[in-house]
Design a protein around this ligand. Sequence first.
Ligand SMILES: Cc1ncc(COP(=O)(O)O)c(C=O)c1O
Length: 445
Amino acid sequence: MTESEEIIQNNLDYTLFSWSKQKGISPIAVKYGKGVYLYDYDDKKYIDFSSGLMNVNIGHGNQRVTDAVVKQMQEICYVTPSCVTKVRGELGKKLASITPPGLNKTLFTVCGATAIDNAIKLARMYSGRHKIIARYRSFHGASYGSLSAGGDPRKLPADSQQSPNFVHVEDPFCYRCPFGQKFGSCEYECISHIERVIEFEGPANVAAVLMEGESGSSGCIKYPVDYFKKLRAICDKHGILLIIDEVMSGFGRTGSWFGINNHGVVPDIIATAKGLTAGYIPFGALILSDKIASHYDDIPLMLGLTYSAHAVACAAALEVLKIYEDEDLINNAAEMGKYIEEKVAEMALKHPSIGDFRNTGLLGCIELVKNRTSKEPMAPFNAKPDEMVIMNKVAAKIKELGMYTFVRWNYIFIAPPLCINRQQVDEGLSIISQAIAIADEYVVH
Ligand SMILES: Cc1ncc(COP(=O)(O)O)c(C=O)c1O
């Protein structure tokens, strides 16, 4: 057995894999990473086109984060959340300087799901109302609360165990408008639908609307222009809080610090994680408006976690935030996002299976279809294994050609680290182009 085979075998024999049957998988055994590349034990290089799970925003192997973490560990690793550290205060202050105006206080969590769960709890406690409205095509994490909040079908196997009082609405999915409309001639039925649902549910029962700053794993569905302004107005009319999930869309991924910055509205609560530490250490955060934060000046804030504000995670995050600025990564994400748009538009001319490409900065995905007019997807929503035959061939080719990226149903994600350059974009897109040629053969004219 080679070293690589032994590593893979140990993992297969003694560990479990998420969202997957346990037999028949062949994971990449990653030895190390540098920038946009991962290397396995046989020194095969993979370009990482989904930044891990859209979290390694600064790229792999950045020594500055390791140094910051080691320095913090040499001082103190852990203090209870009722004690403080230098890095916790500095990180809170730094976050206040980059978040939308009026969101200045942070409760640190351990990941995205714990940020979302706490946001939901807080919205309910603060408002005294219980219902949360969220989108069907959204994913907010895999804890009970966050899984029930999302509409992603990963929750369906645990359907009988859902937590209560989540109400779902249709997405503003213009490519496949659920209201049969076309953007430009529509009347924003996606918004009047939400208002109607709120009326049906009783506005006085609705604590919050929860949405991603930009949509991610559900297919980078782009919010139509002014969607959030209209939604904010509805929330304000009924005294409903707007919670924005910036777990995936935060920290430069969309070419702005936060996805919601692209929409000209200020939320009441931001829940975030991933890019906060760029995946170097697990971490998350809940950032509150001054109005909500000050409500707890004189009454207890009944939220808490053993690992809230973990000193090592705070040190990693502080360094990661400096790296975004020092390396000008957020502007680069915006610029590379535009470059990718041009290049994918060229690719679409020769690949009839490309139905749509949606991105904001470096949060994007190609949607493959069997026919551009009917828009029949190459694999359906929540595809069963036998419906994934074509897409599995595409994914296998991507891997064979030296790329790691997230392929889901008929989506191929293009969300590389924010440090990517044009040459590396070209290299990645060339791999995707070769793999998509397989899907082209299944296009029905
Ligand atoms: C938008 C969004 N919210 C929340 C989460 C949950 O984050 P975590 O896996 O860190 O709990 C994810 C994870 O992919 C996500 O994409």
